[in-house]
Write a protein that binds this ligand. Structure first.
Ligand code: ZN
Length: 62
């Protein structure tokens, strides 16, 4: 049974807004505070999301 808590800070939705994401067939949760980590530096999540380190890519110049 996976805990319904942020993959990074492990706070539950009692404490923070949580977003539910799907990744490789698993359902994970991440809080609004850590959503930018998922967007900009997913390698930080590799421990909880195997393969997430491959999601990182160099920043694009707009
Ligand atoms: Zn968090």
């Amino acid at each position: 049974m996976e805990p319904k808590a942020c993959v990074l800070c492990e706070r539950s939705s009692d404490l923070v807004p949580l977003l539910t994401i799907e990744y490789r067939g698993s359902t994970l949760r991440i809080c609004s505070e850590h959503l930018p980590v998922l967007i900009h530096d997913p390698s930080q999540l590799a421990e909880r999301m195997p393969g997430a380190e491959t999601l990182s890519r160099p920043p694009r110049k707009l």
